[in-house]
Design a protein around this ligand. Structure first.
Ligand SMILES: NC(=O)C1=CN([C@@H]2O[C@H](COP(=O)(O)OP(=O)(O)OC[C@H]3O[C@@H](n4cnc5c(N)ncnc54)[C@H](O)[C@@H]3O)[C@@H](O)[C@H]2O)C=CC1
Ligand SMILES: CCCCC/C=C\C=C\C(=O)C/C=C/C/C=C\CCCC(=O)O
Length: 260
């Protein structure tokens, strides 16, 4: 299988899109370390996958991506258990325009924090094997979701960070590819209780529901399949991969410098 012998770390792995990413990586031969704050769901997923695919195929580590110390410990545990990291999926994310600083913290600051700690293990410049990092952004990283300006800002930030690091990696010799997925609306808990999450933009809830009806809703396996494509296709670096129900497309960005 394509990912035999590869070790992946997935954040926000217990539920929703992260769970589907974890499943497709395991199904394609990888060993996967599941990081999440939801211990009950994370352990249950680990047990199910190990029963289906073999006892040493996954490991759940309780980890809040807002904590530098917990991330360091998680990568250490990954090295001790599986010997290194080849694939990182920065997927953990929240939507809460009321608690907007927490939204920035989890969706953007933590992606940067986890990536920098992962580089110490993955970069060829520091003794790593190289590999690939796939960040979960959103279509809201390409265009605006008016009811969620802070969420929109974090996802634009994730795409910018991904593309800049892709170019930095090529120029520096990290041996790591960096790509982002940009799904439309997907059927997960993130979409529930929206009225409580939109804060001062709750008056735009109906307009958002109309956007959902127009764009349609993805199931999580439709989001996970493009992640596998970005992990396995070694020609892909610095891509933002848009995922719609029944269609997917790489973003063509305007060329404004020689490096991007
Ligand atoms: N559901 C949707 O319509 C879309 C979601 N996304 C993005 O997909 C990613 C996953 O979201 P969903 O699966 O939809 O949400 P979800 O709520 O179903 O799953 C998120 C997972 O992340 C975990 N998590 C949250 N905060 C964490 C933290 N501080 N540390 C570690 N784990 C944490 C949760 O426990 C949960 O298991 C997010 O980055 C989200 O922004 C992108 C586009 C569309
Ligand atoms: C190009 C225009 C941007 C379109 C953004 C499209 C989808 C993005 C989805 C997400 O990243 C996460 C979802 C946010 C949901 C916000 C509200 C959902 C309301 C659900 C409902 O009314 O049923």
């Amino acid at each position: 299988m394509a990912l035999n012998g590869k070790i992946a770390v997935v954040t926000g792995a217990a539920m929703g899109i992260g769970k589907a990413i974890t499943e497709i990586l395991v199904q394609n031969g990888a060993k996967v370390v599941l990081l999440d704050v939801n211990e009950t769901a994370g352990k249950a997923l680990m047990e199910t996958l190990n029963k289906q695919h073999g006892q040493d195929r996954t490991l759940f580590v309780s980890c809040n991506v807002e904590s530098e110390q917990q991330i360091k410990a998680a990568f250490q545990k990954t090295v001790e258990t599986f010997g290194g990291t080849d694939i990182l999926c920065n997927n953990a994310g929240i939507l809460n325009e009321n608690e907007w600083e927490k939204t920035v913290s989890v969706n953007l600051l933590a992606v940067i924090r986890v990536t920098y700690l992962a580089l110490e293990h993955m970069s060829k410049l520091t003794g790593g094997r190289g590999g690939v990092i796939v960040n979960t952004a959103s279509l809201a990283g390409i265009g605006p979701l008016p009811s969620c300006p802070v969420y929109t800002a974090t996802k634009h930030g994730v795409i910018g960070f991904t593309r800049a690091l892709a170019a930095a990696s090529t120029m520096s010799g990290y041996g790591i590819r960096f790509n982002a997925i940009c799904p439309g609306f997907a059927q997960t808990d993130l979409l529930s209780n929206m009225n409580n999450k939109l804060g001062r933009f709750s008056h735009l809830a109906d307009a958002t529901t109309q956007m959902v009806e127009k764009l349609g809703i993805l199931n999580v396996s439709e989001v996970a399949a493009p992640v596998l494509e970005l992990v396995t296709d070694e020609s892909k670096n610095g891509e933002a991969f848009m995922i719609f129900p029944k269609a997917k497309q790489y973003v063509t960005f305007p060329k404004v410098s020689s490096s991007g």
